[in-house]
Design a protein around this ligand. Structure first.
Ligand code: DP6
Length: 325
């Protein structure tokens, strides 16, 4: 009862920000992302007779008790579904730049869900895998699929209609992951979104604009309208970050380097290069452009002192089970 799976991270263009159910991880709003080709997690799950407890090794090291507890809670969902009680050994390797705030729970739980389901004998559809991965980390439900993906928030209380769907597209965009020096510890996205929902007067404003943003970005994807896609994505990210300033206590994920990159992206646009940014729950910036501008965007942004490294990514594939296991 052993399986290995691999899943890529994703970057949201319309952000998931806020839950309506903390336990089942049900979101307040639909979100839309691109699964990337560069950063991924590979995870092996092995259910074994002789184990007393679940064991979790992350990048070859025994994980902390807190991390193991999270994994056990997640595996309990799988065990219940599969009707087994066996404990598991989990070996997970993150192929993401270390200590850069790129480590993503999205690739982690998408890979874990895919491997654990198979190893436990479950034969789940992609939709079911998306629902399962969601219960580990919301954004993970989108990494089950490749390319452009929408997470439909659903309406049901049990979360059975809250899962990701792929948006047919073979549009090859460039996503430059701009890594900055990590200056302070961030408010984790889970805590940040909770605080924002509970205390920020701007949260209602965020929710009010999602439907239009989604409709417009889907139109942009259908028409391959990069300017429209970039404009909506950038604006959506700014709105998400604006909600955190109204939270109590307030917080901001940006650092000075974040703003420098944002300004450079605007300068690039003024000079005729269509580039747009988006930012998740951390200081790093992802810059979107079309492949023909990759080199110029890379050269321009690498000149900034605050920039440590730039990883050029493209749309990647969904979670896969590895053969031969
Ligand atoms: C800002 O999926 O990490 O990256 O569901 O609590 O595990 P949990 O949160 P997570 O949040 C991601 C937030 C975001 C936006 C996004 O990816 O849509």
């Amino acid at each position: 009862m052993k399986a290995t799976a691999r899943a890529n991270t994703n970057i949201a263009l319309i952000k998931y920000w806020g839950k309506r159910n903390e336990t089942l991880i049900l979101p307040m709003n639909n979100s839309l992302s691109i699964t990337l080709d560069k950063f991924y997690t590979e995870t092996t799950v092995s259910f074994e007779e002789n184990l007393q407890e679940d064991q979790f090794f992350l990048n070859g090291q025994l994980a902390s008790e807190m991390e193991i507890k999270k994994i056990t809670n997640f595996l309990n969902i799988v065990r219940n579904k599969a009707g087994i009680t066996l404990k598991a050994r989990i070996d997970s390797t993150n192929h993401v730049p270390t200590a850069a705030g790129f480590a993503s729970s999205a690739s982690g739980y998408a890979a874990l869900a895919t491997a654990a389901a198979k190893a436990s004998g479950l034969n789940l559809s992609k939709k079911e895998l998306s629902i399962l991965a969601r219960q580990g980390s919301g954004s993970a439900c989108r990494s089950i699929y490749g390319g452009f993906v929408e997470w439909q928030k659903g309406e049901m209380e049990d979360g059975s209609d809250s899962y990701a769907v792929p948006i047919a597209s073979d549009w090859k965009l460039s996503i430059m992951s701009v890594m900055l020096e990590q200056k302070q510890k961030e408010v984790l996205s889970r805590e940040g979104m909770k605080r924002t929902v509970e205390t920020s007067p701007f949260y209602a404003g965020w929710l009010a604009t999602i439907e239009d943003d989604l409709a417009n970005i889907k139109q942009a994807i259908t028409n391959r309208d990069f300017e429209l896609l970039g404009t909506i994505a950038e604006n959506n990210a700014l709105k998400m970050h604006a909600t955190t300033l109204g939270a109590n206590p307030p917080f901001l994920y940006w650092q000075s380097g974040t703003i420098e990159v944002m300004e450079k992206v605007k300068e690039l646009r003024i000079s005729g290069i269509p580039a747009f940014f988006t930012i998740d729950a951390g200081p790093n910036v992802k810059v979107l452009c079309e492949p023909q501008y990759e080199e110029q965007v890379y050269q321009t942004l690498s000149q900034l002192d605050a920039v440590q490294e730039i990883f050029t990514c493209h749309p990647g594939s969904g979670a896969i089970l590895k053969e031969g296991i």
